[in-house]
Ligand binder design. Structure first.
Ligand SMILES: Cc1ncc(COP(=O)(O)O)c(C=O)c1O
Length: 390
């Protein structure tokens, strides 16, 4: 019986070799810091009650329709998935009145971001975006050696005026997350149109609408599928409002010539069979989506009011999460640890270059009760150490 783990041995050459194998822009990458998994905290602390409010997931879980479709699909696992994703593309094309050739599917919208980078970007080509937006995009862009030009946020929003002024001959791609993660803010139709008026036709705009379902009912939100610019690729996901983050599925929509190039580069059998089926099931269950939105609305209001009443600075958000200004990296870490010690996982935003902020996702009523209780337990000491608004 083998008792010890297989060892690759101590080889002083390996570090050097591994570094030499990659270009400098990969050597300097920092890996993505995700929300702490529930199992990890359970292993570390032995807690039974754990509430994860760290990754903007759907607290109600997936739709039963999605689970049924995925379960039925398990008996087809010996077959490769449909590489054209016909059923899902058809469902999306019916729902959003799109042509199927304008849709691309991916293993999460992040995989489509990576595909766009691989297809359209070369080392040293320039991207215009904002500071403090989705870090997954920064990693993808840096991973192909692109240069990121970042405009600071203004009032926690993309500063479309500054962005418009920053477009130059070298700008190849513009990335916008609308709504933005981690601030939860959005740019309006007027702001989006203003920016697009300044974007030359040869510049590609990636419009990441991962939180679209939460924002879509605001009349000033620019749902980019309903009014089109040919140089815009819209990205959406089943990870958030549809509750399928674990199975990895997202989609993009854009001009067929752009989508056609992406389709050539995409790994043919992504997204996997079960993911495609789950997404089809999720689209059949609009009551589940509505329950998700209703829960979010109620629990968002409770959470926002709680934070304000206690003297915190929550940023108004149109999404399923709230970004809170703590004022310092120390205060953010203290809160994060104080909550972790009581089984509540939130996100400190150090890796988003926002150390003086934290982010809390909206959960079920009982998950938010857990958050409120845990906060109540540490607020007096927090107030003494860092001070709250009276
Ligand atoms: C703005 C934004 N875009 C994309 C993603 C990635 O979503 P997916 O799970 O579809 O890869 C996220 C996830 O947090 C996000 O916040």
């Amino acid at each position: 019986m083998i008792t010890s783990k297989i060892s690759f041995g101590i080889n002083p050459q390996m570090k050097k070799l591994a570094e030499e194998l990659v270009p400098s822009y990969i050597r300097s990458l920092k890996p993505y810091a995700a929300g702490k998994p529930i199992d990890e905290l359970a292993r570390e602390k032995g807690f039974e009650r754990i509430t994860k409010l760290a990754s903007n997931e759907n607290p109600l879980g997936p739709s039963p329709f999605a689970v049924r479709e995925m379960t039925n699909g398990l008996w087809e696992l010996h077959r490769y998935p449909d590489m054209h994703g016909y059923r899902l593309k058809k469902a999306l094309s019916d729902l959003y009145n799109l042509k199927m050739e304008n849709i691309i599917l991916g293993s999460g919208s992040e995989a489509i971001l990576a595909l766009i980078a691989k297809t359209f970007l070369r080392p040293n080509q320039e991207i215009l975006t904002s500071e403090n937006t989705f870090i997954g995009f920064y990693i993808v862009a840096r991973g192909v050696g692109a240069k990121l030009n970042m405009v600071p946020l203004k009032d926690y929003k993309f500063d479309v005026k500054k962005m418009a002024e920053s477009i130059d001959d070298k700008t190849k791609i513009i990335y916008l997350a609308n709504p933005n993660n981690p601030t939860g803010t959005f740019i309006t139709k007027d702001e989006f149109d203003y920016l697009m008026d300044h974007v030359p036709d040869h510049v590609l705009v990636i419009l990441d609408e991962a939180y679209f379902e939460f924002a879509k009912n605001d009349p000033t939100y620019p749902d980019s599928m309903t009014y089109r610019y040919d140089n815009v690729i819209t990205l959406r996901t089943f990870s958030k409002a549809y509750g399928l983050a674990g199975i990895r599925i997202g989609y993009g929509f854009g001009h067929e010539d752009l989508i056609g190039q992406l389709t050539k580069v995409k790994l043919p059998f992504e997204p996997n069979l079960i993911a495609q089926l789950g997404a089809c099931g999720a689209l059949m269950d609009s009551p589940h989506l509505q329950r998700t939105l209703d829960n979010n609305k109620k629990q968002f209001a409770r959470t926002f009011n709680f934070l304000k009443e206690k003297g915190f600075n929550p940023i108004p958000s149109i999404t399923n999460f709230i970004c809170i200004k703590t004022g310092s990296g120390k205060a953010s870490d203290w809160l994060n640890n104080g909550l972790l010690n009581q089984g509540v996982i939130i996100r400190a935003l150090k890796s988003n270059e926002m150390p003086e902020y934290i982010r809390v996702s909206i959960g079920t009523p009982s998950e938010m009760d857990h958050f409120f209780e845990a906060m109540e337990n540490i607020i007096p000491e927090y107030d003494k150490k860092f001070g709250l608004k009276k």
